[in-house]
Write a protein that binds this ligand. Sequence first.
Ligand SMILES: [Ca+2]
Ligand SMILES: [Ca+2]
Ligand SMILES: [Ca+2]
Length: 198
Amino acid sequence: MNHRNIRIASAVAGLFITALASAQTTHTFTPNPVDLNDLDHFKAYTWGIDNVVPAGQMITGATLTITNIYNWTHEDNILYVNMLNQPALGVTEFTDDKAAGNYFEGQGKVVGTFTDPVGGHSTNTNLTFDLGKLGLLDTMNQYAKDGRVGFSFDPDCHYFNDGVKLTVTTAAVPEPASLAVLGLGIFGLVRRKKNKNS
Ligand SMILES: [Ca+2]
Ligand SMILES: [Ca+2]
Ligand SMILES: [Ca+2]
């Protein structure tokens, strides 16, 4: 390929990628109650969500946020968050009686933990887990294939907060056929140029 043909080919590929990117849609999900009852130390919670991905689409980005989270007082504290394949739909409460460790240890994939170093009052902290940056999108797509995906939260302390939110972006799954057509298109362009030049 000469420089000109490479330019044409990358322009075509660029258009295709732009078309893909512009077809992204954003969906927002919140649990009920939205603050998971202020994440009680004695409890552990699951939140199951249905229809995260419209038919023919795949997850291209996902962010889990807990707004204005803070521990009720200054002390040792930790919140465990996992992603689950098949939790019950909606919010379910379990009792761990303040037992140390993640109540959902070994279930699904670990998303992360949070510790409030201050405690006792709001510090306007928004806890954000970017599931793309955490490398969890492939697993999330697998989990969500049957429609259901969710999260577990084990607060080992009492976290006041203004709400949990999941934001998901989805895009059409690129069909092998359209990729093949694109490939042929680039090939054709390059061939035509080559013939003209020779
Ligand atoms: Ca707990
Ligand atoms: Ca626990
Ligand atoms: Ca599932």
